[in-house]
Design a protein around this ligand. Structure first.
Ligand SMILES: NC(=O)c1ccc[n+]([C@@H]2O[C@H](COP(=O)([O-])OP(=O)(O)OC[C@H]3O[C@@H](n4cnc5c(N)ncnc54)[C@H](OP(=O)(O)O)[C@@H]3O)[C@@H](O)[C@H]2O)c1
Length: 249
C-alpha cells in the first residue's frame, strides 16, 4: 500500500466532493474524508445509498455532509451549471474533487462491443469528469489549496484485450488529468490520478466473478493515498499518475 499516515483532522475545514459516493471505494473515501474533518458532498445516482452514507457519517459525529443526487449518464451541461451554482451558494468553494464514479461496461472484444454501451461508459467515465471539472473550476479556484483526483485503472495505463470502453475511457481520464495539471501548474490547484488496484467492491466482483473477494484489499486499505492527495501534505504534487497499491503486473 501507499505509505502515509495523516495527522488527526488532516482535512478539517475542507469541502470535498466525491462522485459515486454511495458504494464501493467512493463510499469509504467519503466516510474517511469526513472522519478526518472534511465536509463531504456525496454525489451519486442512487439516493437511497447516498442517504445511508449520510446517516453513517452523521451518526459517527463527523461534520454534516451534503447529498447531491445526479445521474452522470443523463446529466446535461445545464445540470452541471445548476450543481455548481448550488455549491457556490452553500459552500462558496471546493477544496477537493474526487472523480470516482465509473461504469465497467462489458469485457468483450471490440468487434462485438455494443455501441450504445460504449457511449454510456464514455459518458460516465470520461465526459462526466470533464464536465464536472470544467463547471467546478471557479469553485476550486476559490480555495487556497485545492486537489482534483481522477480515478484511473491498471488498464488505463497499459490496456489489455477485452477491456473495451472501460480501458479506453481510463486512458482518456489520464489524458484529462495531464492536460489539466499542465494548464493549472502555476495555480493553487493540483491534479493527479489514482489507480486503486484490485479492491474488494462490486465492480471488481463483476469483472472477476471467479475470484475470492476475501483475497483482496478492502477500500479502507487503499485510503492512505486518497488522504494524502486530499490533504495539504501533497501540495506541489501535480500531474502524477499514482498507485494506491503496489502494481502486481
Ligand atoms: N474495485 C477495483 O478493483 C478497481 C480497480 C481499478 C479502478 N477502479 C476504479 O475505482 C472507482 C470506484 O470503483 P468501485 O470498485 O468502487 O466501483 P463500484 O463499487 O461499482 O462503485 C461505483 C460507483 O459509481 C457510481 N456510478 C455509476 N454510474 C453512475 C452514474 N451514471 N452516475 C452517478 N454515479 C454512478 C455507482 O453508483 P450506484 O451504486 O448507485 O450504482 C457507485 O457508487 C471507479 O472509477 C473504478 O473504475 C476500481
Amino acid at each position: 500500500m501507499f505509505d502515509y499516515t495523516p495527522s488527526p483532522q488532516s482535512l478539517a475545514n475542507r469541502v470535498i466532493l466525491v462522485t459515486g459516493a454511495g458504494a464501493g471505494i467512493g463510499r469509504v473515501a467519503a466516510q474517511t474524508f469526513a472522519a478526518q474533518g472534511a465536509t463531504v458532498i456525496l454525489l451519486g445516482r442512487t439516493l437511497r445509498k447516498l442517504e445511508t452514507v449520510y446517516d453513517e457519517i452523521e451518526q459517527a459525529g463527523h461534520p454534516q455532509p451534503a447529498i447531491y443526487p445526479m445521474n452522470l449518464e443523463g446529466a446535461s451541461p445545464k445540470d452541471y451549471e445548476d450543481m455548481a451554482n448550488t455549491l457556490e451558494k452553500e459552500f462558496g468553494r471546493l477544496d477537493g474533487l474526487l472523480h470516482n464514479a465509473s461504469l465497467l461496461g462489458t469485457l468483450t472484444p471490440l468487434e462485438m462491443y455494443d455501441i450504445a454501451l460504449w457511449f454510456q461508459v464514455m459518458q460516465v467515465n470520461l465526459n462526466a469528469p470533464f464536465l464536472l471539472t470544467k463547471t467546478c473550476l471557479p469553485l476550486l479556484k476559490a480555495s487556497k489549496d485545492a486537489s482534483v483526483v481522477f480515478t484511473s485503472s491498471s488498464v488505463g495505463r497499459k490496456s489489455r484485450a477485452y477491456w473495451g470502453a472501460y480501458a479506453v475511457s481510463k486512458f482518456g481520464v489520464e489524458g484529462l488529468m495531464q492536460t489539466l495539471a499542465d494548464e493549472l501548474s502555476n495555480t493553487t490547484i493540483r491534479v493527479n490520478s489514482i489507480n486503486p488496484g484490485a479492491t474488494r467492491t462490486l465492480m471488481r466482483a463483476s469483472a472477476y466473478p471467479g475470484e475470492d473477494p476475501n483475497t483482496l484489499p478492502t477500500p479502507t486499505d487503499i485510503m492512505p493515498l486518497y488522504l494524502y492527495l486530499m490533504s495539504a501534505d501533497s501540495q506541489g504534487v501535480n500531474g502524477q499518475a499514482l498507485n494506491a497499491q503496489e502494481p502486481k503486473n
